[in-house]
Design a protein around this ligand. Structure first.
Ligand code: FE
Length: 175
């Protein structure tokens, strides 16, 4: 182990300015929103709530909400995904495990899966970090479409414009 220099004042805040090119932080007190309009519809019974739409690194952090009969269509991830289940439970048609409230899930690159909510669960909410792109595919892997941070931003803009929050509402989530 290398020697560590003693910090003379552990509770003294950092005294220098942050790098002038650093971006602004994002703080969202009600991550699960009170205002229903903040949920962006993406399919029947499927919504997402943006938290950080990171266009400079090509990933997005969002809450995914799926109710009852909702299905998050079959898709492939070329990059890893991290998830944390905040409410309810769900599973993938391609795996025999279930993600229950409080679970953490890592989806490695190369995963192709279809997310469904079981009978008896009204609603699930999961915090997902998605990197790069989601490729929507048929059961044999043929690509049918895709989403990336830019299509997410476009969806938010259109939705927030249509519900009266204003297209610019999405700007607070973009970095
Ligand atoms: Fe996925």
């Amino acid at each position: 182990m290398t020697d560590k220099i003693q910090d003379p004042d552990p509770r003294m805040p950092y005294q220098l300015p942050f790098p002038k090119d650093a971006q602004e932080e994002i703080v969202i007190p009600a991550a699960i929103p009170e205002d229903e309009r903040i949920w962006v519809p993406q399919a029947e019974n499927v919504w997402f709530r943006p938290l950080c739409l990171n266009r400079s690194q090509g990933y997005w952090m969002n809450l995914l909400r799926v109710r009852r009969a909702g299905v998050l269509s079959r898709h492939r991830h070329p990059q890893g995904v991290h998830g944390w289940v905040l409410k309810g439970r769900w599973h993938y048609l391609e795996h025999d495990w279930e993600a229950t409230e409080g679970s953490y899930v890592y989806e490695p690159p190369g995963e192709t899966h279809t997310l469904v909510v079981p009978d008896g669960v009204d609603e699930m909410i999961t915090y997902f970090q998605v990197n790069g792109v989601m490729c929507y595919v048929d059961p044999y892997g043929k690509v049918l479409g895709y989403e990336d941070v830019f299509t997410k931003i476009d969806l938010c803009r259109a939705h927030y414009g249509s519900v009266g929050l204003g297209e610019d509402y999405v700007e607070r989530f973009i970095r």
